[in-house]
Design a binder for this molecule. Sequence first.
Ligand SMILES: [Zn+2]
Length: 296
Amino acid sequence: MPSDKARVSFRVSVPKGYQAVANGTLRSERTKAGRTTYEFGTRDPIPTHVAQLAVGHLTEIKGKGPHGLPLRSFVDSSKAKAAGPRVALVPEQLKWVEQAIGAPYPFETYGVLGVGGVTGYALESATLSMFNADYLAQPGTDGVGTMIHELIHQYFGNAVSVKTWDDMWLSEGHAAYYTGLYHDSKGQTKLDDFMRDAWQFDSEERPKYGPPGRVTDLNGVLFGTNPGGAVTLYALRQRLGLPTFQKIEKTFFERFRNQAASTQDYIDVVNEVSGQDLTAFVNSWIYGAKTPPFPG
Ligand SMILES: [Zn+2]
């Protein structure tokens, strides 16, 4: 269950020439008789589906984030040099995300993991988002929205995990919403255009995947929750105005940090902060058989 969180630790022994990395912080490292034993552990509870262990020829790239946050990224050694410029974007991305959500990054460390063999997806492994090493090694900033997406998941999805898989839109919807906001802030795609695309996708695909809060298809856990969840949050923002929406987001995050939250928990925060009963409004977006009309 995604709600069953735990502080995780890994103890792994590797032969000479290999490195290991896992969630959280390196607690010890000992080399004996040609083998190195690493112990990693997390300070905070994480949902176990974002536990991560990687072993390979990895190069560590250290850095500093906001408020002295220690950063450590690990990239397949053959791609480490080329990945330097994207890894160097992380401190700025953390700063942007902290400001957008209005809360400090929730874990003891952050970094990106670039490995081979993962194609077409990335994963928000806790404290160490995983990408294809080739993606990190790309020049320029096209597609760096995926880095923002996985970073947002450290807040929504990891620090605030979901209670059941039906609540997954709280994780994916937030990741997609803030990625749209990021593109807008960088002068790339206007938020309204981003949301129109999300709305269009959700309108067309909802019959196939089910509504964001009750997906009926395994692929729907990702594809049915990202655009539908993002446009739900946008609908709330359009209805209540930015300051109230931001207060909802901050309250929800702070209240459920290190816990798991349900759709009802989010609705309760919406109603409390806005002083209105928006239960039916949110339900129509999250559980309706058809996507409601585009906000505004
Ligand atoms: Zn995601």
